[in-house]
Design a protein around this ligand. Structure first.
Ligand code: SF4
Ligand code: SF4
Length: 112
């Protein structure tokens, strides 16, 4: 388990919407919506494939235990700890961070 506890950030271009993090989270505080689209890379093949497109990814920090299971279980390293702590919210809905607030800071770079 990762030692640093802070915010978790989502590196969207690594996320395949596989839902593993949401399923493994012990308190169900990750919400993911996605849909499938034809994979352009397979259009010319006999059996075109589909790929997932992420529509919504949210973490409810009012419930999160900072256990790191989601970070550890993501097969694509799409989740990682950010050293910053979650700011207190004015209300419980404020503590539900959508994908824009989970993204790396502008100019920030994911590790590795
Ligand atoms: S750190 Fe733990 S509780 Fe928080 S979102 Fe990840 S799996 Fe869920
Ligand atoms: S486990 Fe990783 S790749 Fe799968 S939905 Fe969660 S963040 Fe995305």
């Amino acid at each position: 388990m990762t030692a640093t506890h802070g915010r978790i950030r989502l590196i969207e271009d690594r996320c395949t919407s596989c839902m593993i993090c949401a399923r493994e989270c012990p308190v169900w505080c990750i919400s993911i919506d996605a849909h499938t689209e034809p994979d352009p890379a397979s259009e010319a093949s006999r059996r075109p494939r589909l790929h997932n497109v992420l529509d919504r990814f949210a973490i409810d920090w009012s419930v999160c235990m900072y256990c790191g299971i989601c970070v550890d279980e993501c097969p694509f390293d799409a989740l990682e700890w950010n050293g910053e702590h979650v700011s207190p919210g004015a209300s419980l809905p404020d503590l539900v961070h959508q994908r824009d607030r989970l993204a790396p800071d502008p100019g920030g770079r994911p590790t590795a």
